[in-house]
Design a binder for this molecule. Sequence first.
Ligand SMILES: NC(=O)c1ccc[n+]([C@@H]2O[C@H](COP(=O)([O-])OP(=O)(O)OC[C@H]3O[C@@H](n4cnc5c(N)ncnc54)[C@H](OP(=O)(O)O)[C@@H]3O)[C@@H](O)[C@H]2O)c1
Length: 279
Amino acid sequence: MVEVPTLAAHGLNMPALGFGTWELDEPTLDHILPHVFDIGYRHIDTAQIYRNESAVGRALASSGINRSELFVTTKVWVNRYEPHDLIASVHESLERLRVDYVDLLLLHWPVFEDHHMNPTLEGLMRAKADGLARHIGISNFNIDQTEQAVAFCGPDTLVTNQVEYHVYLGQEKLRRVLARQDLILTAYMPLAKAGVVNDTVLWDIGAQYDKSAAQVALRWLIEQDRVAAIPATTNPHHAKANFEIFDFSLSAEDHERIAVLDKHRRLCAPASLSPIWDD
Ligand SMILES: NC(=O)c1ccc[n+]([C@@H]2O[C@H](COP(=O)([O-])OP(=O)(O)OC[C@H]3O[C@@H](n4cnc5c(N)ncnc54)[C@H](OP(=O)(O)O)[C@@H]3O)[C@@H](O)[C@H]2O)c1
């Protein structure tokens, strides 16, 4: 079985490659997750709003894999941000996921009443203190919000900001800030929602290693310092291909060719949830 490298930050050990589950409904997950675990994935990313935590829980329970080998992330939805309700919502998630704790608990979007994030951050820290989550973090926070959150929680508390990141969205400014704060960048939409799969530059690079454009796009992410990627697929063959990225390396020249693909192309920016982005 391939050993997936792990990322470390503030006591965290997160597999650098995970499996995303957004838009995968329960029957789809019932079908694909057993394949996903057989392939070797141990890191699963879900969220309350995906309405599929129960299917993830079923698959975790029937996988027979030791809890300590699994890495489960969920995210609190924005309508559960009042601190007591946040804790109640995490208990509900744990019940659906059939686990006693999640490895990582995130605030899904930076949407706070009167822009006041501190009470919600207190709730998040309470979830960790109560043992409901091993680690906590944020998602979709811009630079200013990330800095505010780190300042409030303290330097060793938040482990990641999960944001959109792929070859077409370079995230240069945010990456610099996260590196300075020693936070992992968890790259969502790492395949740009399948936008990378026909990219001729990525195919050309992949031809040197007998790899596809999608595999090059994922390899490019996980070769970077403190970057994890969580691609999603409904197709077991794609899940396997996305896992086969640990037997080759990109050259400095490959990295230079990929760097110029950055088009600041953001795919996930719902008006009611998005902060003012930094790019
Ligand atoms: N925190 C947030 O706000 C947030 C927002 C968005 C996403 N996320 C997380 O990030 C995960 C990944 O993002 P995403 O699902 O939106 O986009 P993605 O992983 O970039 O792309 C998924 C798409 O790529 C296709 N695909 C996957 N592997 C492929 C391969 N090897 N060859 C060809 N096509 C392939 C899939 O189609 P097939 O099914 O046909 O393979 C699907 O259409 C989500 O599932 C979720 O867990 C988080």
